[in-house]
Design a protein around this ligand. Sequence first.
Ligand code: ATP
Length: 443
Amino acid sequence: MSNALMEQVVSLCKRRGFIFPGSEIYGGLSSSWDYGPLGVELKRNLKQAWWKAAVHLRDDMEGLDSGILMHPSIWRASGHIEGFTDPLVDCKACKKRFREDQLNLSDNGKTKMCPECGQIIDLGQNPPRMFNLMLKTYLGPVEDEGAVTYLRPETAQGIFVNFLNVINTRHRKLPFGVAQIGKSFRNEITPGNFTFRTREFEQMEIEYFVAPEEADVWYRKWIDLRLDWYLELGMKKENLRLREHAKEELAHYAKSCTDIEYQFPFGWSELEGIANRRDFDLKQHAHLSGKDLTYFDQARNLRFLPYVIEPSGGVDRAVLAFVVDAYRQEKVNDGTRVVLGLDKSLAPFKIAVLPLLKKNEKVVALAKKINYVLKNKFMVKYDDTASIGKLYRRQDEIGTLYCVTVDPETLEDNKVTVRDRDTMLQDRVSIESLEKYFQEKGL
Ligand code: ATP
């Protein structure tokens, strides 16, 4: 995949209202993005597809929506205050700041150089300083140390601190899981690659609680389940791979971790990680809160802290990967067309209703009526802002599955033309059977 593809995708996202640069009229805010009218629908569809698979279709899952602001002790327990840091080096010459691993090696292979200005950096004289990636804020009117808290850097901890609440209110037995979707914040040193790495982003996380001896089996199961989810939503198999972390790469709490990676135009990169976190989090929270977070297994008359398998994915990264994956250009008679071949559950609009002639009042009135009726069942948009050829191209570019065109003949025979996004084949369908027609297409 080339970077030309990335440029085309970024351009389409802007041009068609999927993703806009954040704070644009003020010159933008570094690596921040806003989801536009099309992007918000796509993102909602993606989250809904995840929620359905993770919560609604499973008997062993519950949902949760915890706060972004939480007790600061939570971040002490989780290790984020101590350990969620990157080593940073300041270049004394150009005054820029870099992660230690981003420094270049000089020709002799021994000394480090500034990647910006080439200045030699002596790490003995100028050692890296640890920089915490959490975004700090103050609660209440006094900005002193006692009021410090953080915007959550992951949604996971909100689940751990509600472990007892969920068990007690839902009478859960192991194994069971809790799912959450929500915003997280990290003061990333090197955000970039469009929406791939930003400082404000959304996560979709599951904490799946199991008996310790069953953790390895569930770890494997969740890797398969999560990979299948991307495939079932139409992501191309050849663009996905699993990468198991080597021992030295593992986070201190993890026993094992596998990333699901996507082949982005800028290289293979993480979409989601599935980790065996052992009992690290519950143990830490039990320790710092003083609360007993053990689980009692009645059948075995045994009390213990469950292990946790965590599939943790990014909403924004998944949206980007699905758009990149679905983007294609095709040769057609009158040139090329761009198609966003999104799966039917993800496409922002399922059906567009278009009048062939926008000056023919009767055609327009009937098209609007069809739009109004179909809206109750499907995600439908009416559009008469251009000629039919242009309207088709626009709908292809935003991934609309079907176009329903109303023409003067419709006024005579009550039939419309239905055009398929992918094949461009057209069916003549009677207005009264449209709903059944689309239901049979799986909408
Ligand atoms: P990376 O190595 O890319 O920084 P990570 O391993 O730190 O990611 P996790 O802490 O495992 O990421 O977070 C789980 C998921 O959250 C990631 O797989 C990714 O999809 C998403 N995510 C994490 N950080 C960001 C970010 N800065 N911007 C967008 N999504 C993110």
